[in-house]
Design a protein around this ligand. Structure first.
Ligand code: ATP
Length: 199
């Protein structure tokens, strides 16, 4: 499983559809200050479901949409697609390539897609769980991340190891199951109350 390409359209400083192909080995992005290097890693975080505007270096989510320049008017949407090689089927999908898309309109409407099929954000989180690449994965080490890991509480540090060991998915499923169980117990209680009233 590796990143094959990133397609950016209308995101931050990329008004034109721009495709970056990662052809194995090491890829370095170089350019002058303010030329948009960090916007590429922001696009990667964003397509994986990042919801924190602070992490995306903005004040509100709309700030990720190309805001226009003196020569070019602002755009109405931002779209990013990440293409992942899945020939080893590390990701639980039948296809040899997995394409993840996120689109945000200025109206606030947003879309998430996996292989061109509309999905929920939750589906994207679940797809990347235990791969290390998800929103909270350890594959992306931003500035200050190492210091944060070292000084983190032991519980938070354990989450990083759990993601690497492939345990996060089970912890997530356990929490989901407990939540459903609690909801079912509450429904049962309500049902019992109604039955008592009817008797
Ligand atoms: P440095 O080397 O200084 O860290 P960088 O190459 O990483 O710089 P970025 O921070 O990725 O640069 O890009 C900053 C540029 O992106 C700025 O010129 C800023 O105006 C532009 N930019 C950010 N958001 C938007 C937006 N929504 N619309 C248009 N341009 C944007």
């Amino acid at each position: 499983m590796y990143l094959k390409a990133l397609e950016i359209h209308g995101f931050k400083s990329f008004p034109d559809r721009t495709r970056l192909n990662f052809t194995g080995g090491l890829t370095a992005v170089v350019g002058p200050n303010g030329s948009g290097k960090s916007n590429i890693s922001d696009a990667l975080r964003w397509v994986l479901g990042e919801q924190s505007t602070k992490t995306l270096r903005g004040a509100k989510m709309e700030d990720v949409i190309f805001g226009g320049t003196q020569l070019r008017k602002a755009m109405g949407f931002a779209q990013v697609t990440l293409y992942i090689d899945n020939t080893e089927h590390t990701m639980p999908m039948d296809t040899d390539e997995v394409a993840i898309t996120r689109k945000l309109y200025r109206s606030g409407d947003s879309e998430y897609k996996i292989n061109d099929q509309n999905v929920r954000l939750k589906d994207i989180y679940e797809l990347f769980m235990d791969t290390g690449l998800g929103r909270d994965g350890y594959s992306m080490i931003g500035q200050g991340k190492i210091a944060e890991i070292v000084s983190a509480k032991s519980g938070n540090r354990r989450e990083i190891f759990e993601e690497a060991a492939g345990i996060s998915k089970f912890r997530y499923r356990k929490t989901e199951a407990e939540r459903k169980l609690l909801a079912a117990q509450e429904n049962l209680l309500r049902l019992k109350d109604i039955m008592v009233e009817l008797e």
